[in-house]
Design a protein around this ligand. Structure first.
Ligand code: AMP
Length: 304
């Protein structure tokens, strides 16, 4: 079954303590859609300017990603630039040029409106809600967000939550949103605002998943060489959404979500091994399956 992915499409400039690369394919929707595409078809919604390189369009199209919902409008593509500190965990945004993204109005092609699984990748919560307004009756809706929206659009984000099945956010965002120090309390408080499930990402320390009286903790893959952490969260969300769609069940169970969180973590762990989406270009099903098995081995232990 298909996943609808909406979010940003960007040309990123990324600096780490050892390398800097400019004008890379980026954006929350690009990472999320490619992550999901390892599991099945994707209906893509986003906007680019007329400067967007055609090779990126060909790459997305080559991955079963339906681009009917991609708007190309006169002007420049959204540009973002970030710099990572030596721990590759702390990041500073160096510049943001909204360009055509400033007036993005996600309009769904008629054929997208009955897509069963929806991933609202990181964009303004008002736009995420606007996408849901156009959907018929999705089976499962996942939303991602970022600190910016908690700072400047908290009411819109809170309004969105009652329409979402799973909210994904990182640890600092969960604390910022709820004012709770404990992530366990934060997860429970966010669930009370609407989503049946909440996933709190902890970067290199894995992810926590909360449901009603249900809890799952997934570690992160022990990588020695991280080249570019950009888009790890979006790839995680894409892999998770893609896996759920590939299951295609009427109801998404907590067990489905546990496996989805592991698949998301597998994809994110590959993504950070190279800049932009480079690692995902060569990733195979076999690579994914092997690392999934490694995750399983790493988290198993015997009964006393
Ligand atoms: P992440 O590393 O998961 O935070 O995602 C990084 C991606 O988010 C980059 O490729 C950026 O182009 C994109 N991005 C940065 N700021 C924004 C924003 N305000 N809205 C949407 N996408 C953004």
């Amino acid at each position: 079954m298909s996943v609808l992915v909406v979010g940003s499409i960007a040309l990123d400039t990324v600096k780490t303590p050892v390398e800097e690369h400019a004008d890379l394919l980026g954006g929350s929707a690009s990472y999320a859609a490619v992550g999901a595409s390892f599991f099945g078809p994707v209906n893509f919604v986003g906007v680019v300017g007329d400067d967007f390189p055609s090779e990126h369009i060909e790459f997305l199209r080559g991955r079963q990603i339906n681009l009917e919902g991609l708007q190309t409008v006169p002007g420049k593509t959204f540009r973002w630039s970030g710099e990572y500190m030596w721990d590759l965990n702390t990041r500073e945004t160096r510049s943001v040029e909204l360009n055509v993204f400033e007036h993005f109005n996600p309009t769904l092609p008629a054929r997208y409106t009955d897509t069963p699984y929806v991933l609202l990748a990181n964009i303004a919560p008002k736009l995420q809600s606007h996408v849901l307004d156009q959907m018929q009756r999705p089976r499962f809706v996942i939303a991602d967000t970022m600190d910016l929206w908690i700072n400047i659009a908290k009411d819109d984000l809170t309004a969105l939550l009652s329409r979402v099945d799973l909210l994904i956010l990182n640890d600092s965002e969960a604390r910022q949103f709820t004012g709770e120090t404990s992530l366990i309390r934060a997860g429970a408080r966010i669930r009370k605002l609407g989503p049946k499930y909440v996933a709190i990402k902890k970067g290199e320390h894995g992810c926590l998943l909360f449901g009603q009286d249900q809890f799952f903790s997934c570690g992160a893959y022990p990588l020695e060489d991280i080249h570019d952490p950009t888009g790890a969260g979006d790839t995680f969300a894409g892999g998770l959404a893609g896996y759920l769609a590939s299951r295609g069940g009427e109801v998404v169970t907590f067990d489905d979500l546990r496996r989805g969180v592991v698949y998301g973590s597998v994809l994110a762990s590959f993504n950070v091994e190279a800049f932009s989406l480079e690692r995902l270009r060569t990733l195979t099903q076999n690579d994914i399956d092997e690392r999934y098995s490694m995750f399983r081995l790493m988290s198993q232990f015997e009964m006393l």
